[in-house]
Design a protein around this ligand. Structure first.
Ligand code: NDP
Ligand code: 8X3
Length: 253
Protein backbone atom coordinates (compact mmCIF):
# COMPACT_ATOMS: atom_id res chain seq x y z
CA UNK A 1 0.00 0.00 0.00
CA UNK A 2 1.26 3.51 -0.85
CA UNK A 3 2.14 5.99 1.89
CA UNK A 4 -0.64 8.36 2.88
CA UNK A 5 -0.45 12.15 2.75
CA UNK A 6 -3.15 14.23 4.45
CA UNK A 7 -3.62 17.76 3.12
CA UNK A 8 -5.89 20.29 4.82
CA UNK A 9 -7.39 22.95 2.54
CA UNK A 10 -6.96 20.88 -0.63
CA UNK A 11 -9.92 22.42 -2.47
CA UNK A 12 -7.82 25.20 -4.02
CA UNK A 13 -4.44 26.90 -4.30
CA UNK A 14 -1.38 25.43 -2.60
CA UNK A 15 -3.28 22.50 -1.08
CA UNK A 16 -4.75 21.47 -4.41
CA UNK A 17 -1.35 21.79 -6.11
CA UNK A 18 0.16 19.58 -3.38
CA UNK A 19 -2.53 17.00 -4.08
CA UNK A 20 -1.52 16.91 -7.75
CA UNK A 21 2.20 16.78 -6.91
CA UNK A 22 1.98 14.00 -4.35
CA UNK A 23 -0.48 11.99 -6.48
CA UNK A 24 1.96 12.19 -9.39
CA UNK A 25 4.56 10.63 -7.08
CA UNK A 26 2.19 7.78 -6.22
CA UNK A 27 1.01 8.77 -2.73
CA UNK A 28 -2.51 8.03 -1.52
CA UNK A 29 -4.26 11.17 -0.29
CA UNK A 30 -6.66 12.32 2.39
CA UNK A 31 -7.97 15.66 1.13
CA UNK A 32 -9.91 17.96 3.43
CA UNK A 33 -11.77 21.23 3.07
CA UNK A 34 -15.24 22.68 3.40
CA UNK A 35 -16.08 22.64 -0.34
CA UNK A 36 -16.64 18.91 -0.72
CA UNK A 37 -17.78 19.13 -4.34
CA UNK A 38 -14.38 20.52 -5.31
CA UNK A 39 -12.63 17.78 -3.38
CA UNK A 40 -14.74 15.13 -5.07
CA UNK A 41 -13.88 16.56 -8.49
CA UNK A 42 -10.19 16.55 -7.53
CA UNK A 43 -10.55 12.97 -6.29
CA UNK A 44 -11.88 11.87 -9.70
CA UNK A 45 -9.06 13.66 -11.53
CA UNK A 46 -6.32 12.22 -9.34
CA UNK A 47 -7.66 8.68 -9.25
CA UNK A 48 -8.07 8.51 -13.02
CA UNK A 49 -4.82 10.28 -13.91
CA UNK A 50 -2.50 8.73 -11.35
CA UNK A 51 -4.23 5.56 -10.14
CA UNK A 52 -3.86 6.58 -6.49
CA UNK A 53 -6.50 6.22 -3.78
CA UNK A 54 -8.12 9.44 -2.55
CA UNK A 55 -10.29 9.94 0.55
CA UNK A 56 -12.19 13.24 0.38
CA UNK A 57 -13.27 14.63 3.73
CA UNK A 58 -15.64 17.55 4.19
CA UNK A 59 -14.17 19.27 7.22
CA UNK A 60 -14.13 22.72 8.77
CA UNK A 61 -10.89 22.74 10.78
CA UNK A 62 -12.34 25.35 13.16
CA UNK A 63 -14.58 22.74 14.75
CA UNK A 64 -12.63 20.72 17.31
CA UNK A 65 -15.45 18.20 17.61
CA UNK A 66 -15.66 17.75 13.83
CA UNK A 67 -11.90 17.32 13.48
CA UNK A 68 -11.75 14.76 16.31
CA UNK A 69 -14.73 12.84 14.91
CA UNK A 70 -13.44 12.87 11.32
CA UNK A 71 -10.03 11.46 12.19
CA UNK A 72 -11.48 8.98 14.72
CA UNK A 73 -13.81 7.68 12.01
CA UNK A 74 -11.09 7.17 9.41
CA UNK A 75 -11.28 3.63 8.01
CA UNK A 76 -8.39 1.45 9.20
CA UNK A 77 -6.68 1.55 5.79
CA UNK A 78 -6.52 5.38 5.98
CA UNK A 79 -5.09 5.77 9.47
CA UNK A 80 -1.34 5.48 8.85
CA UNK A 81 -0.77 9.09 7.79
CA UNK A 82 2.89 9.52 6.84
CA UNK A 83 2.81 13.23 5.95
CA UNK A 84 0.42 15.87 7.29
CA UNK A 85 0.35 19.15 5.39
CA UNK A 86 -1.32 21.75 7.60
CA UNK A 87 -2.22 24.14 4.80
CA UNK A 88 -5.83 25.27 5.46
CA UNK A 89 -5.74 28.97 6.20
CA UNK A 90 -6.79 32.42 5.17
CA UNK A 91 -6.54 36.14 5.65
CA UNK A 92 -9.69 38.23 6.00
CA UNK A 93 -9.40 41.97 5.49
CA UNK A 94 -6.41 44.30 5.42
CA UNK A 95 -7.13 47.04 7.92
CA UNK A 96 -5.18 48.92 10.58
CA UNK A 97 -5.75 47.36 13.99
CA UNK A 98 -8.10 50.16 15.09
CA UNK A 99 -10.40 49.50 12.11
CA UNK A 100 -10.17 45.71 12.18
CA UNK A 101 -13.25 43.50 12.31
CA UNK A 102 -13.20 41.19 15.37
CA UNK A 103 -15.27 38.62 13.49
CA UNK A 104 -12.52 38.42 10.86
CA UNK A 105 -9.94 38.12 13.65
CA UNK A 106 -11.82 35.19 15.15
CA UNK A 107 -12.01 33.36 11.82
CA UNK A 108 -8.28 33.80 11.15
CA UNK A 109 -7.27 32.75 14.66
CA UNK A 110 -9.70 29.81 14.70
CA UNK A 111 -8.57 28.56 11.29
CA UNK A 112 -4.87 29.33 11.07
CA UNK A 113 -3.91 28.54 14.67
CA UNK A 114 -6.59 26.50 16.40
CA UNK A 115 -7.53 24.46 13.32
CA UNK A 116 -3.89 23.57 12.74
CA UNK A 117 -3.61 22.48 16.38
CA UNK A 118 -6.77 20.35 16.29
CA UNK A 119 -5.70 18.49 13.15
CA UNK A 120 -2.18 17.98 14.47
CA UNK A 121 -3.52 16.65 17.78
CA UNK A 122 -5.70 14.15 15.88
CA UNK A 123 -2.88 12.88 13.64
CA UNK A 124 0.19 12.90 15.90
CA UNK A 125 -0.65 9.90 18.17
CA UNK A 126 -0.54 7.57 15.15
CA UNK A 127 2.81 9.02 14.07
CA UNK A 128 4.17 8.52 17.59
CA UNK A 129 2.95 4.92 17.65
CA UNK A 130 4.62 4.25 14.30
CA UNK A 131 7.80 6.10 15.33
CA UNK A 132 7.83 8.22 12.19
CA UNK A 133 5.98 10.94 10.34
CA UNK A 134 6.34 14.38 8.86
CA UNK A 135 4.29 17.47 9.68
CA UNK A 136 4.57 20.32 7.20
CA UNK A 137 3.02 23.57 8.41
CA UNK A 138 2.33 26.35 5.92
CA UNK A 139 3.39 29.65 7.43
CA UNK A 140 4.10 32.77 5.39
CA UNK A 141 6.57 35.58 4.91
CA UNK A 142 3.91 37.31 7.04
CA UNK A 143 5.30 35.24 9.93
CA UNK A 144 8.74 36.74 9.41
CA UNK A 145 7.85 40.42 8.98
CA UNK A 146 4.69 42.18 10.06
CA UNK A 147 3.43 44.54 7.36
CA UNK A 148 1.07 47.50 7.67
CA UNK A 149 -2.53 46.38 8.28
CA UNK A 150 -1.40 42.74 8.35
CA UNK A 151 -1.64 42.67 12.17
CA UNK A 152 -3.81 39.63 13.01
CA UNK A 153 -3.02 37.57 9.91
CA UNK A 154 0.71 38.13 10.52
CA UNK A 155 0.22 37.16 14.18
CA UNK A 156 -1.46 33.89 13.21
CA UNK A 157 1.40 33.01 10.90
CA UNK A 158 3.94 33.98 13.59
CA UNK A 159 2.05 31.51 15.78
CA UNK A 160 2.41 28.83 13.10
CA UNK A 161 6.16 29.48 13.14
CA UNK A 162 6.32 29.20 16.96
CA UNK A 163 4.14 26.08 16.99
CA UNK A 164 6.36 24.47 14.36
CA UNK A 165 9.38 25.08 16.60
CA UNK A 166 7.53 23.69 19.61
CA UNK A 167 6.32 20.62 17.74
CA UNK A 168 9.83 19.92 16.49
CA UNK A 169 11.17 19.96 20.06
CA UNK A 170 8.34 17.94 21.61
CA UNK A 171 8.23 15.32 18.85
CA UNK A 172 12.00 14.89 18.69
CA UNK A 173 12.04 11.59 20.66
CA UNK A 174 9.57 10.02 18.23
CA UNK A 175 11.42 10.50 14.94
CA UNK A 176 8.82 12.92 13.61
CA UNK A 177 9.98 15.66 11.28
CA UNK A 178 8.44 19.12 11.48
CA UNK A 179 8.92 21.57 8.63
CA UNK A 180 7.57 25.11 8.34
CA UNK A 181 7.28 26.40 4.77
CA UNK A 182 6.85 30.17 4.48
CA UNK A 183 5.75 31.35 1.02
CA UNK A 184 5.71 34.94 -0.18
CA UNK A 185 3.21 36.07 -2.82
CA UNK A 186 1.46 33.10 -4.45
CA UNK A 187 -1.35 33.72 -6.94
CA UNK A 188 -4.23 31.59 -5.62
CA UNK A 189 -7.68 32.41 -4.24
CA UNK A 190 -5.96 33.88 -1.17
CA UNK A 191 -6.47 37.56 -2.07
CA UNK A 192 -9.98 36.95 -3.40
CA UNK A 193 -10.82 35.54 0.04
CA UNK A 194 -8.96 38.31 1.86
CA UNK A 195 -10.85 40.99 -0.09
CA UNK A 196 -14.15 39.11 0.24
CA UNK A 197 -14.77 38.49 -3.43
CA UNK A 198 -13.41 41.80 -4.82
CA UNK A 199 -11.70 40.23 -7.85
CA UNK A 200 -10.29 43.51 -9.17
CA UNK A 201 -8.55 44.31 -5.89
CA UNK A 202 -7.32 40.73 -5.63
CA UNK A 203 -5.87 40.82 -9.17
CA UNK A 204 -3.95 44.02 -8.41
CA UNK A 205 -1.93 42.25 -5.70
CA UNK A 206 -0.18 40.20 -8.38
CA UNK A 207 0.23 42.89 -11.06
CA UNK A 208 3.63 44.20 -12.16
CA UNK A 209 5.69 41.16 -11.14
CA UNK A 210 5.68 37.42 -11.55
CA UNK A 211 4.22 35.83 -8.41
CA UNK A 212 4.77 32.23 -7.36
CA UNK A 213 2.28 29.67 -8.59
CA UNK A 214 0.73 27.16 -6.23
CA UNK A 215 2.66 24.55 -8.22
CA UNK A 216 5.97 26.27 -7.39
CA UNK A 217 5.22 25.96 -3.68
CA UNK A 218 3.95 22.39 -4.01
CA UNK A 219 7.23 21.42 -5.68
CA UNK A 220 9.19 22.77 -2.71
CA UNK A 221 6.87 21.06 -0.22
CA UNK A 222 7.31 17.81 -2.13
CA UNK A 223 11.09 18.26 -2.01
CA UNK A 224 10.96 18.69 1.79
CA UNK A 225 8.87 15.52 2.07
CA UNK A 226 11.07 13.43 -0.18
CA UNK A 227 14.42 13.85 1.59
CA UNK A 228 16.06 10.87 3.32
CA UNK A 229 14.72 9.88 6.76
CA UNK A 230 17.64 11.48 8.60
CA UNK A 231 17.31 14.89 6.85
CA UNK A 232 14.78 17.52 7.98
CA UNK A 233 14.29 21.00 6.60
CA UNK A 234 13.13 22.95 9.64
CA UNK A 235 12.20 26.33 8.24
CA UNK A 236 12.04 27.41 4.63
CA UNK A 237 11.17 30.76 3.05
CA UNK A 238 10.21 30.84 -0.64
CA UNK A 239 9.40 34.05 -2.49
CA UNK A 240 9.11 35.14 -6.12
CA UNK A 241 12.44 36.45 -7.38
CA UNK A 242 10.83 39.91 -7.44
CA UNK A 243 10.11 39.75 -3.70
CA UNK A 244 12.75 40.28 -1.00
CA UNK A 245 10.48 39.85 2.03
CA UNK A 246 6.96 40.72 3.19
CA UNK A 247 7.69 44.45 2.64
CA UNK A 248 9.55 44.65 -0.64
CA UNK A 249 8.17 43.53 -3.99
CA UNK A 250 9.76 45.02 -7.09
CA UNK A 251 6.82 45.93 -9.32
CA UNK A 252 7.01 47.32 -12.83
CA UNK A 253 4.68 50.31 -12.97
P1 NDP B 1 -6.64 29.47 -1.15
O1 NDP B 1 -7.69 30.43 -0.68
O2 NDP B 1 -6.54 29.17 -2.60
O3 NDP B 1 -6.79 28.08 -0.35
C1 NDP B 1 -7.10 28.06 1.00
C2 NDP B 1 -7.54 26.66 1.38
O4 NDP B 1 -7.81 26.64 2.79
C3 NDP B 1 -8.81 26.25 0.67
O5 NDP B 1 -8.69 24.92 0.23
C4 NDP B 1 -9.87 26.34 1.75
O6 NDP B 1 -10.86 25.33 1.56
C5 NDP B 1 -9.06 26.03 3.01
N1 NDP B 1 -9.72 26.53 4.21
C6 NDP B 1 -9.93 27.81 4.57
N2 NDP B 1 -10.64 27.86 5.71
C7 NDP B 1 -10.87 26.57 6.08
C8 NDP B 1 -11.56 25.95 7.14
N3 NDP B 1 -12.16 26.68 8.11
N4 NDP B 1 -11.59 24.62 7.21
C9 NDP B 1 -11.00 23.88 6.26
N5 NDP B 1 -10.33 24.38 5.21
C10 NDP B 1 -10.28 25.72 5.13
O7 NDP B 1 -5.27 30.07 -0.60
P2 NDP B 1 -3.77 29.50 -0.61
O8 NDP B 1 -3.68 28.22 -1.31
O9 NDP B 1 -2.90 30.59 -1.05
O10 NDP B 1 -3.56 29.30 0.96
C11 NDP B 1 -3.10 28.10 1.52
C12 NDP B 1 -2.23 28.43 2.74
O11 NDP B 1 -1.09 29.15 2.30
C13 NDP B 1 -2.91 29.30 3.78
O12 NDP B 1 -2.56 28.85 5.05
C14 NDP B 1 -2.31 30.69 3.52
O13 NDP B 1 -2.31 31.48 4.67
C15 NDP B 1 -0.90 30.28 3.11
N6 NDP B 1 -0.14 31.27 2.35
C16 NDP B 1 -0.62 31.78 1.17
C17 NDP B 1 0.15 32.70 0.47
C18 NDP B 1 -0.32 33.36 -0.79
O14 NDP B 1 0.26 34.38 -1.19
N7 NDP B 1 -1.32 32.82 -1.47
C19 NDP B 1 1.49 33.09 0.95
C20 NDP B 1 1.86 32.51 2.20
C21 NDP B 1 1.08 31.62 2.84
P3 NDP B 1 -12.43 25.54 1.73
O15 NDP B 1 -12.74 26.98 1.45
O16 NDP B 1 -13.03 24.59 0.74
O17 NDP B 1 -12.70 25.12 3.15
C1 8X3 C 1 0.27 35.46 2.28
C2 8X3 C 1 1.29 36.42 1.79
O1 8X3 C 1 2.12 38.82 2.03
O2 8X3 C 1 -0.23 38.50 1.53
O3 8X3 C 1 0.65 34.92 3.50
O4 8X3 C 1 0.63 38.04 3.71
S1 8X3 C 1 0.92 38.01 2.32
Amino acid sequence: MASIVCITGASSGIGEACAYRFAAAGFDLILTGRRIERLQHLQQQLESRHGVRVHALELDVRSREAVEAAFRALPAEWQAIAVLINNAGLALGLQPIQDGNPEDWDVMIDTNIKGLLYVTKAVVPGMIARGKGHIINIGSTAAKDTYPAGNVYCATKRAVEALSEGMRIDLLPYGIKVTAVHPGAVETEFSLVRFKGDAQRARKVYEGFQPLTAGDVAEVIYYCASLPAHVCINDLVITPTAQANAHFIHKLS
